[in-house]
Ligand binder design. Structure first.
Ligand code: SF4
Ligand code: FE
Length: 482
């Protein structure tokens, strides 16, 4: 059954995850002030699914059980499902102004679903049925699953099996009757501390020598041997200071962590690839394709909020009538909606896989993500332009409340007379949070490197561009027959 947001929080509280921040084990991650805003973002994926207004986008009917499930646990059954996925992500970006983390599991499910089907067909293995059982388990219990792909990679010039340290890519260290033991790590794991389960996949194409690295499996996040080392974000410790104004976004956030698998045991029923190196490429390509589509939704939703904050600060600054301000906001909107166009296009141009599920148009999904590596930076630049230099020289909330200097801050940081200084400060901090603070992780650098760095999309665009057919178009018109 679907969990409420509060049930989700309580279900996480019951897990015994091994999480470290500033060198120390965190007793209760759910209540940690640095982690909590990121938990609130995932909670929103549960809360909105309870609201009739959002039911259409937030829930789906499982093709495996016929029951109503959260869309984040769904295997896409049509291009309409793919479009709804992007719209759901835009909605959540709008509601949280953050990364809400639950998409990686959804994208991993869908990539594994079609790949295990192909694998079984070619090799006679039985991974697809096992995966289906696992997906049903996650759907029925409405779990948050983290999709884990990126290995630390060590020397980028060497294959997994050729690394000086064999653990630079996660691999099988022991094969047992009842399962396998794995060792390695996964880097930048979005939302792992807020997840019940982790679904691990290989990170690149493999050859026979990398057989032990071609492994896909799922385990609960509190499995023995899993250690999460929480990633720092710019301005993260402001959350320990107690000021709601200074943190920028006091309610929501995102997180990533370095996740170590120190000899973790995986039982047979949770292994979905175990040495079939020739399928690791399709798993990687499909997951990347789905996650590149995802960014055409989530980053657009966050962009909507940043554009809103920018329009608001121009109201508060008294600049909203200036024609260049209006034009810059038009430009921000144009860029943001261009991202959305590709997100929707790669979805509605999607197609059915051999397994019966639907996947996106790969070329358009890569174009979508390539745009995402650029446009949020320009949108952020325009936001900073309109906000003004005060964005980075603003005194703290404590100064505003100080007996000695508070009245100066109040007086001199006022914009238009009708808006309280503290309100203007809140919006400035909110913009700072998205462009330079904790949320810039998701809005800027993750836009660049998440779901694959820019060059990875260019390789895919080049492979899908079909230049020969384009040359032939010219030859046909000009009657060239060589
Ligand atoms: Fe979802 Fe976007 Fe966060 Fe990826 S970056 S998990 S797509 S919200
Ligand atoms: Fe991401």
């Amino acid at each position: 059954a679907l969990m409420t947001g509060n049930e989700y929080v309580e279900s996480l509280r019951k897990l015994n995850m091994e999480v470290y921040i500033f060198g120390e084990r965190v007793k209760s991650p759910v209540d940690h002030p640095i982690i909590r805003p990121s938990l609130n973002s995932v909670k929103m994926t549960y809360d909105l699914a309870q609201e009739p207004e959002y039911e259409e986008l937030m829930t789906a009917t499982s093709h495996l059980t016929g029951k109503k499930i959260n869309r984040f646990a769904h295997i896409h059954q049509s291009t309409e499902d793919l479009v709804k996925k992007v719209k759901m992500q835009r909605l959540l970006g709008q509601k949280t102004a953050s990364c809400f983390q639950r998409c990686v599991g959804m994208d991993a499910f869908n990539a594994c679903y079609s790949t295990t089907y192909d694998m079984d067909k070619k090799l006679g293995t039985n991974y697809h049925e096992k995966l289906k059982k696992y997906i049903v388990y996650c759907q029925e219990n409405d779990l948050t699953v983290d999709g884990a792909m990126t290995d630390p990679k060590g020397d980028r010039g060497l294959a997994p099996s050729a690394q000086a340290d064999p653990d630079m890519f996660l691999h099988i260290v022991e094969r047992r009757e009842d399962g396998i033991v794995v060792r390695g790590a996964k880097a930048h794991q979005t939302g792992i501390v807020n997840s019940h389960e982790v679904l691990v996949m290989p990170t690149l194409s493999m050859t026979e020598a990398d057989k032990d690295y071609s492994v896909c499996f799922a385990v609960p996040t509190d499995t023995k041997g899993i250690k999460m080392i929480y990633g720092r974000q710019s301005c993260d410790t402001r959350k320990l200071e107690g000021s709601k104004v200074d943190v920028g976004n006091p309610k929501f956030g995102g997180h990533e962590a370095l996740v170590v698998f120190d000899n973790v045991f995986v039982p047979n029923d949770r292994i979905f690839m175990c040495g079939e190196y020739e399928f690791s490429n399709s798993l990687v390509e499909r997951f990347a394709g789905f996650h590149r589509q995802s960014y055409g939704g989530c980053k657009v939703g966050v962009g909507d909020v940043l554009i809103g904050a920018t329009a608001l600060i121009s109201d508060y600054n008294g600049t909203k009538k200036a024609s260049h301000i209006k034009d810059k906001i038009i430009e921000m909107t144009h860029l943001n909606e261009t991202l959305y166009c590709a997100g929707i296009a790669c979805s509605s141009e999607g197609h059915k896989t051999a397994a019966g599920s639907y996947e996106i148009d790969l070329l358009l999904a890569n174009v979508c993500k390539q745009n995402v590596t650029r446009f949020p930076y320009e949108i952020a630049r325009l936001a900073e332009d309109i906000a003004g230099g005060i964005l980075v020289t603003l005194p703290s909330e404590a100064d505003l409340n100080s007996k000695e200097v508070g009245h100066y801050v109040e007086k001199y940081l006022k914009g238009v007379a009708t808006v309280p200084t503290v309100t203007r400060m809140k919006v400035l901090r909110f913009i700072e949070n998205l462009t330079l603070g904790t949320a810039a992780v998701g809005y800027r650098t993750e836009s660049l490197h998440g779901a694959g760095s820019p060059q990875a999309q260019r390789i895919m665009i080049s492979r899908q561009s079909n230049l020969e057919a384009k040359k032939q178009l010219v030859k046909d018109i000009l009657d060239i027959d060589i």
